[in-house]
Design a protein. Sequence first.
Length: 415
Amino acid sequence: MQEISREQRQLEDQKILSKFLIFKSADFTYLDNAATTQKPECVLQAMNNYYRTQNANPLRGLYKLSIAATDAYEDAREEVRKFLNAESTEEIVFTRNATESLNLVAYSYGRAFIKEGDEIVITIMEHHSNMLPWQQLAKEKGAKLTYIMPEEDGTITEEVFRSYMNPHVKLVAMTQVSNVLGCRNDVKTFARIAHENGAVFVCDGAQSVPHIKVDVQDLDVDFLAFSGHKIYGPMGIGAFYGKKELLDKMPPFLFGGEMIEYVTTEGATWNELPHKFEAGTVNAGGAVGLGEALRYVSSIGMDRIEEREAHLTKLLMEEMKKVPHVHILGSQDPEKHYGIVTFTIDGVHPHDIAAIFDEHNVDIRAGHHCAQPLMKFCGTPSTTRASIGLYNTEEDIYKFIEALKLIRGEMGYNG
């Protein structure tokens, strides 16, 4: 990636920050981007414009306003398709978030195709959203759920992954980027190996889609889920990609309006893709906001965003290592952290750490990060996490470090 000068970086910082009005309204440093991101003005304006000028029930009415609403909704779907490089908009389904997307795949695909004696393979580092659906499916179907145990830094080698494959494995579910360790899994290689063994591959892209270029055709995953609110879009909207040949075979997840083709008193036939999976009145305003967020991110460029975040992650970790009693989870190599740095401080509870940071107007996350089995694997019940977004700056990092240096002193420790 091309490095830029300090002056160029500062100009870029100013240009990006000018699009996020929330930072003008209050003096705070926001480093909780893995939980949710702030929204650029263009996203808020796009949603406002939709509700002011295009609001109607999409996909239903034949009058001009409803047609305009339908066009806006489907234009957003096309933005998702382009962003993920899916082959067709039929392969893009809108949901509320990545959690709902993963549940949909588990309930629809899982209930239809996973059988007693089959094996589902996931990793110990999964967010609960990519763990609990498979736990419940395995219990319901009498299937076996197996956890891949990575190395201490989160690395899963090809050799280790292959050792978990056998003729009984029918589905593999894996995050592309861990929301705790920040490490990136080699999804492309693992999906290929899963396919060689006759299994489908489900990818949780909640922490990867906002930070790195994700091409579903290149990765050759069967399903991939992400949330709008983690990529500068609104809450309450997400999407998942599914290969058309699989979606065609899957039964609906919810039943009701719009997902049907024809209904009688005895039964029904289902609508075409992707509407088969979008029952009821859709979140058109949220979809419009998500589409605009993807346009905004694309205008900056994923390569540029990845370089910005890699630069700040390196700076953050280098400065953290200078502070005594601070321990970074996972790899000590900044190049193996994709904007997420999770840590502990000797003798200080993560909730106290977060509270002291808040007193210094620095927003970070404390707790188990919806990954309790991973916390147990790492030997700690909870941690503190700083996570970077495209609008963060070197100044944000130094403000974080200033607060970090004060933590133990404010808790009564000397040194």
